[in-house]
Design a protein around this ligand. Structure first.
Ligand code: XMP
Length: 514
């Protein structure tokens, strides 16, 4: 991969949009990796094909005691650089300009006036709407820099170096609210860095297969499959390389959706993965009894899974390798800048397995984003049920049952979610939303059935739209469809009195209620 494609490095300063920048670059067909600002010089020697650097935003002010500062030697490499927000201010400061604190705060959409027709702004309108999110701003440019654009409150909203290919923008070209943001990134990648747009679906497949071949040197491989996109694509790719040495295991934890075990087994068998089915539902439900705390429930599900997985691997092993569908955001979260003290987080829950497991890991998707994996699944010819399946959390319905997980609430949650999915499919909306399900807690309300009053559960329907699960909006689905879902839930599911619709977005709510 490193030799085949031009690479742009997104240098991370802890900004909330770092992944978004990286994804935008890849959408423009240029391969991109995220590297912490602390490791930039090592990374430059690791990748022979780096064509440019993009400095991300960050949560700190350049004047904070722990403000991250890039090794100034990068400025002598001759590589094109684009600084965004914090990156823009840091460049100005390091070259001898002046940044002021908090006087000209700008949050949200604002009008950018382009004053200098620069290559970075090629094909942009003279006035264009951009997204700002900053407290500090560049007050005085360093020597040898010129201003390219301004907004009402920011004098130097963009600048460039007079000789070097160094640029800064105070706004965020990576967010969709910056109307012509994609053009700015495109200009930087194609015109300034002169990158070739070679990164495409077949590239992801080849690089993933290369990653497996690089790791694998014979022996048995075990892979836990759930029927979800990531684990299925992982197993499918691994199978291509290791053949019969792969054992796929499908653990039924009793927290699956209606008919899910049967459907998953059928689908995975149809694509040649022939999973070993292990029904551990009783163990999981037993372990969850009496537990009401959401985090505790997640922990119990994780630990029970590990125990069962361990037993299976002892029985069918020995296995030298564990294959899992870790994605790029999971990997990068474990090593990125995360606030003032540059804390290095360790990622413990990738694939739900603990770090002390003694297998070698095969993670063919670890350089990819979810949308890339989805495209890849399509290209590999995997069934639509997998390509288009909504995400489902590892802890399953335990994440959708408030309070103790018991058979009654599991039944309600399962049946109600099946109705939600079925009605959305019928209305042709299933593929247009990110997730759609029902959740239930312990609260009960009065209901009248004939002449009898009884207390029944409240079921909450949740349907959200999202691009990546990081943020989400509640879906504005038609009232008549909500009504149909509600009527079916109270008619068809015993002990349900009332149906509500969740109209909270993320943030502040998370997608899963537990
Ligand atoms: P939240 O609830 O954090 O969820 O807004 C964001 C996305 O992640 C999924 N999710 C999980 N996926 N294991 C998973 O594999 C988990 O423990 C887990 N928790 C949440 C959730 O369904 C949503 O798409």
């Amino acid at each position: 991969m490193e030799r085949e494609h031009d690479i742009v490095i997104v240098v991370d300063f802890g900004g909330q949009y770092t992944h978004l920048i990286s994804r935008r670059v890849r959408e423009l067909k240029v391969y991109c990796e995220i590297v912490s600002y602390e490791h930039i010089m090592e990374s430059l020697s690791r990748f022979p094909n780096v064509k440019g650097l993009i400095f991300s935003g960050g949560p700190l002010s350049v004047y904070d005691v722990n403000a991250p500062m890039i090794d100034k030697r990068v400025y002598d490499t001759g590589l094109p650089i684009l600084g965004i927000c914090y990156g823009h201010q840091m460049i100005a400061l390091q070259f001898g300009g002046k940044v002021i604190r908090g006087e000209a705060r700008e949050y949200g959409k604002t009008k950018l006036v382009i004053e200098d027709k620069n290559i970075l702004f090629d094909q942009l309108s003279k006035e264009t709407i951009v997204w700002m999110s900053h407290g500090d701003s560049v007050l005085k440019l360093p020597p040898n820099f010129k201003s390219l654009a301004r907004t009402e409150n920011t004098l130097h909203a963009a600048f460039s170096h007079n000789i070097k290919k160094i640029y800064g923008v105070q706004f965020h070209p990576e967010v969709v609210h910056t109307v012509e943001g994609k053009k700015v990134l495109k200009n930087f990648l194609y015109k300034v860095c002169e990158c070739r747009p070679t990164w495409r679906t077949s590239s992801y497949i080849n690089s993933s297969l290369d990653e497996i071949r690089r790791r694998y040197s014979g022996g048995k491989v075990i892979c836990a499959v759930s029927g979800g996109l990531d684990s299925t694509v992982t197993a499918f790719l691994v199978k291509k390389v290791v053949g019969e040495n792969l054992l796929c295991v499908f653990v039924d934890n009793g927290l699956l959706r209606k008919g899910e075990a049967e459907t998953v087994l059928k689908t995975l068998t149809s694509i040649g993965l022939n999973p070993l089915y292990v029904d551990a539902s009783k163990q999981f439900i037993e372990k969850l009894r009496g537990i009401t705390d959401p985090e505790e429930k997640r922990k119990v599900v994780g630990e029970t899974f590990v125990k069962i997985f361990d037993e299976i691997s002892k029985k069918h092993g020995p296995f030298k390798y564990l294959a899992q569908g870790t994605l790029y955001p999971d990997v990068i979260e474990s090593a990125r800048v995360s606030g003032p003290a540059s804390i290095i987080k360790t990622h413990h829950n990738v694939g739900g397995l603990p770090p002390n497991i003694s297998y070698e890991l095969i993670e063919p998707l670890k350089f990819l984003y979810k949308d890339e994996v989805r495209k890849m699944a399509k290209k590999l010819g995997l069934p639509e049920t997998i390509v288009k399946r909504h995400p489902f959390p590892g802890p399953g319905l335990a994440a959708r049952i408030i309070g103790e997980v018991n058979e009654e609430k599991l039944y309600i949650c399962r049946e109600a979610s099946a109705i939600v999915e079925e009605e959305l499919r019928r209305a042709g909306l299933y593929d247009r939303v990110w997730q759609a399900f029902a959740f239930v807690g312990d609260d009960k309300v009065v209901s009248v059935l004939g002449d009898t009053r009884y207390y029944g559960y409240i079921v909450t329907v949740k349907i959200v739209t999202s691009k990546d699960g990081m943020t989400a909006d509640w879906a504005k689905i038609p009232y008549h469809l909500l009504e149909k879902i509600s009527v079916r839930i109270t008619n068809e599911i015993r002990n349900v009195s009332s149906v509500s619709y969740c109209v909270s977005s993320k943030p502040p709510a998370t997608i899963e209620p537990q």
